[in-house]
Write a protein that binds this ligand. Structure first.
Ligand code: NAD
Ligand code: UDP
Length: 323
């Protein structure tokens, strides 16, 4: 295997930091770029002394000149509470960030992978969701800054590919969880575990009948790397996620069982445009990448709960105002 210079934007975040771990362990020369909007250095502190790891504080909205062979474009707040905190900035991050990494890839003749999302399917009328489904997003709602930003980024990736011959990859990531999630990001797994460990009530939005399919982070990172390393005639988009589907109520009950929590289930209003169901069709990833998830929700939750028990939650902060 040849060693490469690899840029990971958003590399200090939840997924980005696990990706950096894997790439550094393989011996690649890894540049982690992040503005720490929704993350903190502690996610990559263990990599800082390594000769093949470099950390740059930078915002992807602004151009940067680096010489690289591959780019994983992970920079973007991903949790609803984080991306709605400053929705205009979220859209800028997706769109300007995509233009900047694509420009860099064009100049360096680098390969560039976009971390897209199941959110591009919106509140889907087709279930489960194959890559051919074009989606149902409310362009006017509070989730649109994220969903439409990611849709525009996919468009930019395809246009740079067609117009400029840039070697691209697009992965559509479904709900992923695991150690290093931000305990206050408001996502369902982090919320339920944090609440359970503190003996607080578990907040279910709506009746908890909506579904999600949860992928453990190690499985997801393996899929992303396979996609980057795969043949140039397979650029995606490809769904990456775990097809095991659970209601939010089932998830709450599993977290209570695994933590021995004392809190009760309490029901809160369902947020606007909250998708009612979500489950990936992963036949394409199975066929073209030989990839499928291996970690069951029960096992992944156990490892995530261990992580939440091990950290000092007071060290985490809300997103930085960033205009
Ligand atoms: P995260 O918030 O932990 O990571 C995002 C990282 O990007 C953070 O470190 C943040 O500080 C950084 N960032 C944000 N704006 C930036 C900017 N303008 N310039 C530089 N850095 C910036 O979220 P995550 O779950 O690790 O998500 C990583 C990527 O994967 C995101 O692009 C997200 O949209 C995508 N994704 C994640 C999931 C999931 O379930 N985790 C699902 C679908 C897609
Ligand atoms: N959710 C919930 N309680 C919480 C946080 C989230 O019931 O404390 C619900 C939320 O309404 C959604 C699902 O859990 O239906 C997943 O939410 P998350 O924010 O994790 O991801 P997304 O909606 O982007 O898939």
């Amino acid at each position: 295997m040849s060693l490469k210079r690899i840029l990971v934007t958003g590399g200090a975040g939840f997924l980005g930091s696990h990706l950096c771990d894997r790439l550094v362990a393989r011996g690649h020369d890894v540049i982690c770029l992040d503005n720490f909007f929704t993350s903190q250095k502690s996610n990559v502190a263990h990599l800082l002394g390594k000769p093949n790891f470099e950390l740059i504080r930078h915002d992807v909205v602004h151009p940067i000149w680096l010489e690289v062979d591959e780019i994983y474009n992970m920079a973007c707040p991903a949790a609803p509470g984080h991306y709605q905190y400053n929705p205009i900035k979220t859209m800028k991050t997706s769109v300007m960030g995509a233009i900047n990494v694509l420009g860099m890839a064009k100049r360096c003749r680098a390969k560039v992978l976009q971390a897209s999302t199941s959110e591009i399917y919106g509140d889907p009328e087709v279930h489960p969701q194959p890559e051919t489904y074009k989606g149902s997003v409310n362009t006017l709602g509070p989730r649109a800054c994220y969903d439409e930003g990611k849709r525009a980024a996919e468009t930019l990736f395809m246009d740079y590919h067609r117009s400029n011959g840039v070697n691209v990859r697009i992965v559509r990531i479904f709900n992923t969880y695991g150690p290093r999630m931000h305990p206050y990001d408001g996502r369902v797994v982090s919320n339920f575990i944090r609440q359970a460990l503190r003996g607080e009530d578990i907040t279910i939005f709506g009746e908890g009948k909506q579904t999600r399919s949860f992928c453990y982070v190690d499985d997801l990172v393996e899929g992303i790397i396979r996609m980057m390393d795969g043949p140039d005639d397979f650029i995606g988009p490809v769904n990456l996620g775990n097809p095991d589907e659970f209601t939010i109520r089932e998830l709450a009950e599993l977290v209570i069982e695994q933590t021995g929590a004392k809190g009760r289930l309490v029901f809160r209003p369902l947020p606007a445009d909250d998708p009612m169901q979500r489950q990936p069709v992963i036949d394409l990833a199975r066929r073209r990448l030989g990839w499928e998830p291996t970690v069951k929700l029960r096992d992944g939750l156990r490892r995530t709960i261990e992580f939440f028990r091990s950290v000092d939650m007071s060290e985490y902060r809300a997103p930085t105002p960033n205009y």
